[in-house]
Design a protein around this ligand. Sequence first.
Ligand code: PLP
Length: 395
Amino acid sequence: MAGFTHLFIPGPTNIPEQVRQAMNLPMEDMRAPDFPAFTLPLFNDIKRVFKNDTGRVFIYPSSGTGAWEAAMENLLSPGDHVLMSRFGQFSHLWVDMAERFGLVVDVVECEWGTGVPVEIYAEKLRADPQHRIKAVFATHNETATGVTSDIAGVRSALDAEKHPALLFVDGVSSIGSIDFRQEEWGIDCAVSGSQKGFMLPAGLGFLSVSTKALEASGRAKHHRCFFSFEDMIKANDGGYFPYTPATQLLRGLRVSLDLIAAEGLENIFARHHRMAEGVRKAVNAWELNLCAKAPKWHSDTVSAIVVPEGIDSAQIVRTAYSKYQTSLGVGLNKVAGKVFRIGHLGWLNEVMICGALAAAEMALIDCGVRIKPGSGVGAAVEHFRQTGVLPVAKA
Ligand code: PLP
């Protein structure tokens, strides 16, 4: 087929040409004497994206799931009590991993389309004066339902009780795209991956930890090897890795961090909000609903759009792919067949969003959804025309 194939899944995201080119290089020696001159600034600069001033970031050759695992192995012990909530496929998978690791998980089941239940977390922390809960988990951005949660609120709930539990946050589909403040929100361990806001291929798992988490890792009793903080710190401090690193991805990461710094985090957040609002205007014009139950849950990185009764959302995604060369995200688990997703994160702009909306609109109509051709695209176009990007001082 002629022309580009368009990628609007919520990760992997589109890769800037400079990043792609930076990874197209001959293999290099990861034990070379000048390798640390490349890696040490990288370890330092990636901390800025997390807004982690005093801790450190581990870069693993894994996906985000590996970084989840690294967090559990290094910071917890079998039998530890932890507080989690489930409201989508990714918060579900995190719970599943915690259970498989032998943690005693208190899971708050929430309606899909809502997010971290801060009030219920507050009550559970209040009811735990003996501090049995060792960690509180929060999925910042539930990619399956397009829901963003209030992490500052979770911090406040912990602080209100002076509760010492560690705060674990999944920021796989939020960090580098929407507001995230590790230090300010007192996050002990933030998980991310390379293929979303970092605009790289999948293959790097990032784990950004606080000094409190580093101390806790000395006391935690889980077995660990590949993901061991201790081994990583020993090697990373000299600019090396305890195993063969994914050097090409690291070269790409250097350029993606430079692009993020050049645009400025606050400008990136503003751009994501503007793109997301364009999508939401279109959904509104189609007279459809988001899976997110209220505006406070709206995600600026992904929208999950509920299709009318009797329509299969998977058919819409298949039609967009086969007829219009456009990948949209399918519904996962409980919302399979009921929602389709538009990923609006990473390296994209207004015209790309209009393309995604046009493909979605054509596929919706092809699959029998009664909407006026051009209505959603038109609403987005008007939004983009009327709102300008205000430059914000670089973070
Ligand atoms: N957490 C969230 C919120 C995600 O969106 C994803 C993947 O999409 C993951 C975790 C798992 O990450 P990975 O697929 O990189 O292992």
